[in-house]
Design a binder for this molecule. Sequence first.
Ligand code: PNS
Length: 160
Amino acid sequence: MVQTAVYPGSFDPISLGHLDIIERASSIFDKVIVAVLINTDKKGFFPIEERIEMIQLVTSHLPNVEVRGFSGLTVNFLKEAGARVIVRGLRVVSDFDFELQMANANRAMEPQIETLMMMTSPNYSYLSSSLVRQVMHFGGNLEGFVPGPIIERLKQNYYK
Ligand code: PNS
């Protein structure tokens, strides 16, 4: 049986921490779907299409990784995709409360769906998409924050 995992998130934009989780998950599961939330309540900074393109750009070396947008509940997306596992990254202890709440809510709705937490590599434990956006906004150096090809893209499209 093909074991598919879904890595859901906002990815606004993808960081090196996200990529670390995607690469490690892709070495464990047959297939990994990176699911980018299309949130109608919270617009976010980068358009969904661009977030998806950026993830595709930096995961092109991983043949078992697919990137898709989704709206609604993550568990419904998993059911439609025929997946049973949600992968999420834990950076620091303060992430745990939110992740536990989400995992329990998802389990209450769909008991057969498991959430697997992967510890983010310590090198990236300080990273977040909002930090990336802040550094970008003030024209700071994004090395160590986002993958190289993304830096180039952000410089071309967003740096003044
Ligand atoms: O990258 P983020 O913003 O931490 O990701 C959060 C995400 C997208 C995983 C979460 O908000 C989510 O799953 N949203 C879809 C709605 C849903 O299923 N909520 C959780 C159970 S109520």
